[in-house]
Design a protein around this ligand. Sequence first.
Ligand code: EPZ
Length: 432
Amino acid sequence: MNRAFVIHGGNELSGAIEVRGSKNSALPILAATLLTKEKCRIRNLPRVLDVMAMIETLEQIGAKVKWLDKRTIEIENRNIHPANLSKDSVKKMRASILLLGPLLARFGHVEKMRYPGGDKIGARPIDTHLKAFADLGAKVTCGRNFFSVEMSRLRKLPDTVTLQEFSVTATENMLLFLSSIPKTTKLNIAACEPHVRDLAVFLSKMGARIRGAGSSTMRIRGAKKLRGASHKVIPDYIEAGTFLLAALAAGGSVLIKNAPLFDLDLVISTLQTAGADIRLFPKKKTIEIYSLKGARLLNGKRMVIQKIQTLPHPGIPTDLQSAFGVLATQTRGSTLIHDPLYEKRFETLKELRKMGVALKICDSHQALIPGPVKLRGADVTCYDLRGGAALIIAGLAAQGTTIVRDVEHIERGYEDIAGRLRALGADIKKTT
Ligand code: EPZ
């Protein structure tokens, strides 16, 4: 964990950047291929560490994977051996929990699965997942380092499952499992994120019938035998939002291509209300941004943002919280950042103190960011994937040199971010 990005700040950005496929959509869809023995073809995969890790994990338990081009695989899960699932693979990322639903669907039980790893941004228990499977009649046993789940062969499955919170991966695990059950089950308190919708589209292509995807109540009619399917992963709205915030903080004239505008409604309207000059071309799926360095507007004023509150979709995504916090340092007046979802996601904002930001952490969910602040380059460390991207944005907007350490976090979810920002005129390179 010692690679770093070196950024010489101050350059305005200009040019076009293309949004890659969504990591958080690719991961559950790759897990869903376990539900069939037929071949599946998945396109528009982002070349990021978490997606490669998921593919390696599937190969570890028996998947046959063929790369058809840089972003397309053909995967066949004819002979699967869950016992080959290694502790290290599961601990590598949060998304390994998404193997639970398909393995339960296929084998009826999962023995001694390790708890998932992932960003240290909060406790992130898997209680919501395990309680949902218990509500479906499963016997759940939890140990200190691993858990087991055994579906009951006797008990009739209930017609309704209600999650205990709008959990994204718990919703996805329910979709993955219930798609193999040949009856209709109602799922309440479902998450509405774009990647949940995309998973539902893929499962429907495999033969499940899913109504209400994208709403908090879904009805899933599964099928005993699901078929192979081909699917193109949707563009990543978090990546698009990251580039949007980077362009506003660093200044410049940037075109974001292949952006899922409809998934960014509140992000875009919040920024436009703050005064940002953002033009949308829905048909071309393009966002155009014009801004001067330091979130200054073409009329000479600065953006004003009083409060950013992150919420489950369609609220402002918590995965953009850190990047919004960096932009807030460039706006006029104090900005309240309220993240009710994670209790440990302010580590990145604390790093901004090294760059001259006298922010106030009110409690584990609220922080006050003063602005405008002349950011000065500093030696900072990223603690999580999205926080790392936010620190890059801070380096772009700062005067002087910024070193962002432990960039492997960032490479888990952003493909070649340094190369793509360099193409926009940023002075950023990765240490060898
Ligand atoms: C998924 O994690 C994403 N990971 C995370 O993205 C993302 O931050 C998160 O959803 C929220 O959007 C993947 O998709 C692989 P949760 P997940 O269960 O499913 C609290 C990234 O950067 N919460 O939806 O583990 C909950 O307790 C990663 O790609 C509420 O308080 O997240 C937990 O602390 C980081 N109330 C947090 O939010 C609710 O109603 C996330 O919960 C719902 C959730």
